[in-house]
Design a protein around this ligand. Sequence first.
Ligand SMILES: Nc1ncnc2c1ncn2[C@@H]1O[C@H](COP(=O)(O)OP(=O)(O)OP(=O)(O)O)[C@@H](O)[C@H]1O
Ligand SMILES: [Mg+2]
Length: 456
Amino acid sequence: MNSSGIHVSGSLRKRLAVTLIGGVTILTVLLFFVIRNYATQIAQQSQDSILRASVTSILDAATIRNGDVVLDIPYAAFSMLSTTTDDRIFYAIYQDDTVISGYENLDIPEASARAESRFRTITFMQVPVRQVTASRVLVGADLQTHVTATIAQTQDSLSGTLNRISRNAAIFGAGFFSLAVLLSAWVTSTTIGPLTRLADSVARRGPQDLSPVSKPVPSEMVPLVSSLNLLMARLDRSFKQSEDFIAEAAHRVRTPIATVRSHAEMTLQRVDKEENRQALRSMIRAIDETSRAAGQLLDHAMITFRANQLEFHDVDLVQIAQEIVLRLTPITEMKDVELRLDVDPSVKVSGDPILIQNVVRNLIDNALKYSPSESVIEIEVRGTPTPRLEVRDQGPGFLYDEIDTLTDRFTRGRNATGVIGSGLGLTIARDVAAAHGGKLTIGNNLAGGACVTFIF
Ligand SMILES: Nc1ncnc2c1ncn2[C@@H]1O[C@H](COP(=O)(O)OP(=O)(O)OP(=O)(O)O)[C@@H](O)[C@H]1O
Ligand SMILES: [Mg+2]
């Protein structure tokens, strides 16, 4: 298994390279032996034909004179056999089965057809020799006899030639091998190339790009690419359905809750009995809790969904902060809290405006919820050193032992008792910051009060 959790079974590139280079190795060895074998045959044939010429010229010189076989071996018969390595020559002349000249222990092979030259390779006097034997029938006035000549020659010159040929064949083989290895490397990389290019083009896509692969691919890759395209089309459809579902759900949940709440409010105004008023107030509070929880849950779902396929736009943090402050004015006036903006002229970031708005709203909403009336909430937006938005309030601030867990889902602090909320605001802020490659820091001011910073 590799780092991305995928089970890896071998490598196509390696398998291809091993097969090609293995084939090339076998071919090179085979080629070497074929060349050597062929060269041996040719060299042997040329030695044989000289030996045959030599033995023939000896036999040609045999005559019958006065009833005896007379043999005057011509000089050329041996001189034609001379080699650069001074190979040794042995010969024997037989009349019928008796040696009349030469080495007595140089045997002749059993003759099946006596007239032909017979070749064999034997060991004579502890050295390997090539032997040729030929016979001739001599007919005189009152004599008919078989004369057989045999010549054996050591093979030093031949093996010298063969060694030279082997060396050249080996050099040729090595050259052929290197060239074939280079060729294999090239073939491997051109074969794997389309696969690597496809992987690259899919990896380079933005998260929201679910369009089908349109680049041409080799026919073997068509099933893979068509499955990939099908998968992406399904994913695209299901993303769109989720987006529509979240928007629809938000609408369908918020409207009836708002209706129920306004009915409860109206009833509260008409009811005088204290215990009924109490029950109605609890009801309104429960409705508020439900409404907040539903809103935050849907926002969180929407944010998780959008963060997975983030679309980057140029966003002005200052403008977002100003708009939200303006929108919250009725609430701040009611609570007698001042929202004080301290901003650079313009702080441009690249991100999803809806997600960023949601975070800013949640941070200011927390400051409003958890700080006392007649206090000041400072909202600072700076472009340097990195774009950031900080919200500081004059409330009790965070409890230090809770800070690490408050960004977890549905986690609320001990100071939240009696305050409506669902424990998702900081989770949303942290997730959006992470999706934009930034972070959320939570702490308290030196002078007291919470300080939350959204850093890009
Ligand atoms: N400005 C603040 N001052 C003090 N405590 C805060 C502040 N902001 C957040 N907290 C603490 O952090 C907890 C988590 O905040 P978070 O915004 O995630 O949830 P919430 O405000 O309780 O609910 P909601 O999902 O409705 O925002 C809060 O319950 C509260 O205890
Ligand atoms: Mg909150």
